[in-house]
Design a binder for this molecule. Sequence first.
Ligand SMILES: [Fe+2]
Length: 184
Amino acid sequence: MVSTLQLEVAHSVLYVHDREAMINFYTDVLGFEVTDRGPLMAPEGPEIIFMSQVANHHHQVAFISGRVKPEASNNTHHTAYRSSGTLDDLKALKKTLDADERVTQIMPLTHGNAWSIYFRDPEFNGIEVFIDTPWHVKQPQGKPLDLNAPTDDIIEFTRATFAPEPEFGPIGDFYQKRADYLAR
Ligand SMILES: [Fe+2]
């Protein structure tokens, strides 16, 4: 029987190579704080470090030591963090990332339904920080996003680029359709 529990993505737990370097990065750049830390399961167990930057999640990401090599993983493509911020906030994040030598592979993209910056943390984990656009469009989609452009131009570029694509329309209509479908 299929579960009827409603699920929400809450956190990722990453094996890390250099705990303190990872803590510093997530703290300095993305604004997380350590909410708890301690040995896992047994007193001599590996340390787990819980990190959050919101009130209603004890942790959104956690680190466990034990990663042998800090190389790109072939397991997880990326972890995405959705923000309620603005395009100006995203532009500011881009500047922060550009100025930080620990960050690699910075790639701003728009999927039509999101404005995103993809990048890699110091241990090459893929991260996406995105904000919603006002639209839905059939996925997958991806076009380079020029975060140096004026905000109004970004909005108009996104609308014009994805308007001809299938299912393009207001995001509210898409959410309503999904809600109706799930309530069937
Ligand atoms: Fe994504």
